[in-house]
Design a protein around this ligand. Structure first.
Ligand code: SF4
Length: 354
């Protein structure tokens, strides 16, 4: 044995001794270890907590190159992401397909010549109708059992309007309340009684004026009208105004004033002091000035009929301020005083004195 071989044998013996010590004196064979059997090692699924995907999804891809992950969005729930990265589940909504285009609006009904002729003659006849006949046609045939907005489901009765069809002064409130909804007539509760008192002070009665609301049905709980309700219902009021052709319109409350003047930015105080008009649209024939020039005026530039609009407090507001008792003497004008000033101005306009 050469020195080199003897040296190697000593080193090996030392290493073997160290192995015995480190392995608690168990036998360690000097034979080479067998090759590992990879087929016996179970595949451990890798949980990718970043992608938050289900183990099965990864198990299916662990043996090959991983599939590119689906685009991630905080709005998409994890289950949907898995479906998008593997295969779409029939129950999951397909979040990546654009929504279908809305259906085109239904085409206007095609009127045959007979229908068109009938409509033309009805329109021509309507030009000759009295205001009362126009209002009645509107009430029966146009408003009818109106279902144009959701208020139809909660109302008891439609509150169309009441008074003289040829009135010079037309009062417009915002919407019916509980009493009006029960009786089908505008301004019949305590607020209506106060309005009657104001009219008496002016030497008028309910039969001398016309009273209506912007909305014909009561909003539940007397909440403010919604824009879509006003949008749906206001054509009826516009038609009433066209039929009556008042010389002046009195809006009761800020909402009615705002809706009739279109001046959403104005406070009620500003509307009371301003010079406002209701735009009744383009004149047909001489309709706008049929009652003389005292009230309705034509805008010369466009031939639009502009009806003077006076805005004042709603009687319900005055009742809340003053109750049923006499006006408090505070040195300032009471709400009732201010209303009477506004109503006298409206009457003066109607009589051609302003
Ligand atoms: S509020 Fe006007 S539009 Fe709405 S259901 Fe009543 S009448 Fe029709």
């Amino acid at each position: 044995m050469t020195d080199v071989t003897a040296d190697l044998a000593r080193r090996f013996a030392r290493a073997l001794e160290q192995l015995r010590v480190s392995h608690e004196l168990q036998y360690v064979s000097t034979r080479p270890l067998p090759e590992p059997d990879h087929s016996a090692i179970p595949v451990i699924p890798v949980i990718d907590d970043v992608h938050d995907a289900a183990p099965e999804a990864h198990a299916s891809t662990s043996a090959s190159q991983p599939e590119p992950s689906a685009p991630r969005s905080p709005m998409v729930p994890p289950s949907s992401r898995v479906a998008a990265s593997s295969e779409a589940s029939p129950r999951e909504p397909d979040l990546f397909t654009p929504a279908p285009e809305p259906a085109p609006p239904a085409p206007e009904p095609v009127l045959d010549e007979q229908d068109q002729a009938r409509r033309r003659s009805l329109r021509e006849a309507a030009q000759r109708w009295t205001p009362a006949e126009k209002l009645e046609y509107l009430r029966v045939h146009n408003v009818g059992d109106c279902q144009r907005c959701p208020l139809a489901r909660t109302r008891n009765r439609i509150v169309f309007g009441v008074g003289a069809a040829q009135a010079d002064v037309m009062f417009v409130g915002e919407a019916p309340g509980a009493d009006e909804d029960r009786q089908g007539e505008p301004f019949v509760g305590r607020a209506g009684q106060l309005l009657n008192q104001w009219l008496v002070q002016l030497g008028l009665s309910r039969e001398d004026v016309y009273i209506a609301n912007v909305l014909k049905c009561r909003p539940p709980g007397n909440r403010d009208p919604r824009p879509e309700e006003v949008d749906r219902c206001s054509p009826f009021l516009q038609a009433q105004i066209r039929a009556i052709e008042p010389k002046v319109i009195v809006a009761l409350g800020r909402h009615a004033g705002m809706l009739l003047s279109g001046r959403e930015e104005m406070t009620l105080r500003a509307m009371r002091q301003g010079r406002l008009y209701y735009d009744a649209g383009v004149a047909k024939g001489d309709a706008g000035a049929a009652k003389g020039d005292a009230g309705a005026a034509k805008d010369p530039a466009s031939a639009r009929v502009l009806i003077p609009l006076v805005v004042t407090y709603h009687p319900a507001y005055v009742l809340r301020q003053e109750g049923d008792g006499p006006s408090p003497t505070t040195g300032r004008a009471s709400a009732t005083d201010m209303v009477m000033t506004d109503l006298r101005r409206a009457l003066a306009i109607a009589r051609g004195n302003l």
